[in-house]
Design a protein around this ligand. Structure first.
Ligand SMILES: [Zn+2]
Length: 325
């Protein structure tokens, strides 16, 4: 506890209180013991652990985790910068995310329960929340990405943005109706089991994990994906950039009481074109919403063609938390 207490007072930018974030709709708890957090300084009323607030964003990492996250961010990454740019500057990419998020949110129960966006980056989902979502938490380990999300979402009191670890969330047990992850799990493969265990903890019984990941079900898709990444100027030879098969996901989720309810593959032409960072210069030049709609329409049509529908680049799945784990 001594170390955390020291951290909260170590820098002027991190000074509590955190009145603003506590005034938001989502109720944060201590990620260590799940006890309540006091108002004013961000400190657990049960175990006494204190948390820093960095430039207005609460940080739920221990000091080592915080240093690791800061160091990771300090390493230049063209892939990260390109992804950020393409999602902000390119109309076609924004249109793809609009459609993607829409379809994922269609799987979220409208029961008034809270939603958690994990590995949220700059908050692609939380920036597109429909009016029926009452409270949401967007979490990422990357302090700078979380800050961008927090800045963009400052006006939306429903959403709390936090820096944190997907394996230890500041969420009450059973405190969420849905956890949504867009393409994050394949970047966290070594921690997959711990993340899924934590997802199951925060979901209420019958709550859902709704996620989208690169799909590795079809051998042709696997081969083309590996070829593409080997040629990619932006993503390089990143070993993270591989997908999951349906079976792998089912196997990983089962021990945590998460049962796969639906699994579809999608994304044929629009998906690899509209968000592809290797095409950044092209995408930045494309200003036509009409082209975007045509590409999205083409993907929707291909999804209905029996042989082709198995060749999607991405999966979209829903896993339901069993009533008792
Ligand atoms: Zn605590």
């Amino acid at each position: 506890m001594g170390r955390e207490a020291h951290v909260t007072t170590s820098k002027s930018a991190d000074t509590p209180p955190v009145g603003e974030s506590l005034g938001r709709a989502f109720e944060l708890v201590c990620p260590s013991c799940h006890g309540p957090l006091g108002s004013g300084p961000l400190r657990c009323e049960a175990c006494g652990r204190a948390f820093r607030v960095h430039e207005g964003v609460p940080v739920f990492l221990d000091p080592d985790g915080w240093e690791a996250a800061r160091s990771a961010r300090a390493v230049p990454s063209r892939a990260r910068d390109d992804y950020s740019r393409v999602r902000r500057a390119c109309i076609l990419t924004q249109m793809y995310y609009d459609a993607w998020v829409d379809r994922l949110l269609a799987e979220v129960p409208r029961d008034g329960g809270a939603l958690v966006e994990l590995m949220c980056g700059e908050g692609e989902l939380s920036r597109r929340l429909p009016p029926w979502v009452r409270a949401a938490l967007a979490v990422d380990r990357d302090p700078e990405a979380a800050q961008v999300a927090a800045r963009d979402l400052a006006h939306d009191r429903r959403v709390t943005v936090a820096v944190g670890d997907a394996t230890a969330l500041p969420v009450a047990t059973g405190g969420a109706s849905a956890v949504v992850i867009i393409g994050g799990l394949h970047h966290a493969r070594p921690e997959l089991a711990r993340i899924l265990r934590e997802v199951a903890r925060v979901l209420r019984p019958r709550g859902v994990l709704v996620a989208s990941e690169p799909a590795n079900d079809h051998p042709l898709v696997r081969r083309v994906r590996r070829w593409q990444y080997s040629r990619s100027t932006s993503q390089g030879h990143d070993p993270d950039e591989d997908g999951f098969t349906r079976g792998e996901l089912e196997l990983a989720m089962a021990p945590h009481g998460l049962r796969l309810a639906t699994y579809d593959v999608f994304g044929f032409v629009a998906y690899p074109l509209m968000g592809n960072t290797d095409l950044l210069p092209l995408l930045e030049g494309a200003r036509s919403r009409l082209l975007g709609r045509a590409l999205l329409g083409l993907d929707a049509a291909l999804e209905r063609v029996p042989v082709i529908r198995r060749l999607g680049w991405a999966s979209r799945f829903v896993a339901r938390r069993e009533a008792t784990v």
